[in-house]
Design a protein around this ligand. Structure first.
Ligand SMILES: [Ca+2]
Ligand SMILES: [Ca+2]
Length: 157
């Protein structure tokens, strides 16, 4: 096996984006810029530098693509509910209605024109105003701890 290319499975082992299965496939598609179904070394470095050091707008775009399950460049109520269910915490499992409450809270904050659908501009504006909203629908970016463990892993390789 060559070590300068990564399959989707290998990439999943390296990048700590574990919580959303379908979005991970989208991460892979985003990383594979030359569309040869593998992530080469340059593509991998480009992805990691975006995830770890990228500009805010790039990260926002990255997360939005992860959440855009139907690839329509908009997040409908159904998509948001699917995402929230995938990331469901223990609290949500105890009280499934919480997902709907969360949906309403998020839409109230982010859906500027009130049509029940989030377009990229609305998502971007909300995330720029309140950075925590960038991962409102699930973890897409490596968190600080993952970031450190990633760097350790690279250093000890
Ligand atoms: Ca590729
Ligand atoms: Ca809207």
């Amino acid at each position: 096996m060559a070590y300068d290319v990564l399959s989707e499975e290998n990439l999943l082992a390296v990048i700590p984006v574990h919580r959303l299965e379908k979005p991970f496939h989208i991460v892979f598609l985003q990383a594979d810029t030359n569309k040869d179904a593998r992530v080469g070394l340059e593509e991998f470095i480009r992805l990691m530098s975006l995830l770890l050091r990228g500009a805010k707008e790039e990260k926002i775009k990255f997360c939005f693509h992860c959440y855009d399950l139907n690839e329509t460049m908009q997040l409908s109520r159904d998509v948001i509910i699917t995402l929230l269910n995938q990331t469901s915490t223990e609290a949500v499992e105890r009280n499934p209605d919480m997902v709907l409450d969360l949906l309403e809270m998020i839409l109230k904050k982010m859906d500027q024109d009130g049509d029940g659908v989030l377009i990229f501009e609305e998502f971007k504006n909300a995330a720029l105003e309140d950075w925590l909203l960038i991962e409102a629908f699930g973890q897409c970016l490596p968190d600080y701890k993952c970031h450190v463990s990633f760097l350790d892993r690279m250093a000890n390789h």
